[in-house]
Design a protein around this ligand. Sequence first.
Ligand SMILES: C[S@@+](CC[C@H](N)C(=O)[O-])C[C@H]1O[C@@H](n2cnc3c(N)ncnc32)[C@H](O)[C@@H]1O
Length: 314
Amino acid sequence: MKDWLLVLQGAVRAGRAAAPGVALWAFAASGAWAATASVPYVPTPQEVVERMLEIAKVTANDYVIDLGSGDGRIVVTAARKHKARGFGVDLNPERIDEANANARKAGVTDRVSFQQRDLFETDLSDATVITMYLLPRVNLELRPRLLDLKPGTRVVSHDFSMNDWKPDVHVKIEAKDKYGGAGGTSDIYFWIIPAKVGGIWRWQLPVSGKTVGYEIALSQTFQAIAGKAKVGVRTVALQSPKLSGDAISFSFTAEVNGTPVKHQFSGRVQGPAISGNVALSGSRIHAQLDWTAERTAAMSFEDRGSVLRHAAIR
Ligand SMILES: C[S@@+](CC[C@H](N)C(=O)[O-])C[C@H]1O[C@@H](n2cnc3c(N)ncnc32)[C@H](O)[C@@H]1O
């Protein structure tokens, strides 16, 4: 557990303010927001903010939403340095005033805004990047909503992970400004929302003048995928299956028309369809073909394979 949580928990027990620069909602606040705030105010050090935005590769095309935006530094930096647009929400009206003042100072009020609102009641669907510095249990409460966002949406969390949803990137950096200048190590976790691909997919390809039917069974645990392909009566394991946002790729070698053919697929997932291309190579064939697959049975993240256990692919 991170140091500041221990500090804050100690302070709760001792009934005093936690550390210089730390506004603990349970003590510092009066007003309605204090009763419902789920996370205390501890600002992300500026150097960590900059690294978070770099890891998420924020650009002018992005819409960044900071959940629990404090003094607005993440969204303001995204707009000032990377020309992104976005907004922040915070329950504490003082934080919202500070954030608006910081946006004015940085000259970015045309691209960012801050609203006093509960992050759990905030529409996240416009986000291309979500940033957060919350708490482990709050991250977990948010997790199902994040996983329902558009595939490819990026999520960056300061210090707290998502439990068994492994990050795509995890870095640790020393931040001298952490905890009001006391210094400390910051963890940065980064995820790309994966498309939902678990289930059975089917397609056909014209190979050497014949129509060949294909079926794959994909199991999915967040962005990790695995599976098998059935070509004719044979079943083979998928090699190097990879899913990043809506981009999927895998390969396998299967016998087609009596000779082994290597198949390398790559495509984009759009709901119940994948479209892309396949490279075929074998002793009698070298070809690049368009590829379109249709999902015939879906599997949710929680399903953990029951669709596949009942599938034709064994
Ligand atoms: C640890 S601070 C992070 C501030 C800022 N994101 C940063 O990284 O510098 C968490 C912020 O979340 C706000 N907060 C806590 N619970 C919230 C909720 N349910 N909805 C909106 N904001 C909340 C707190 O008021 C606090 O400003």
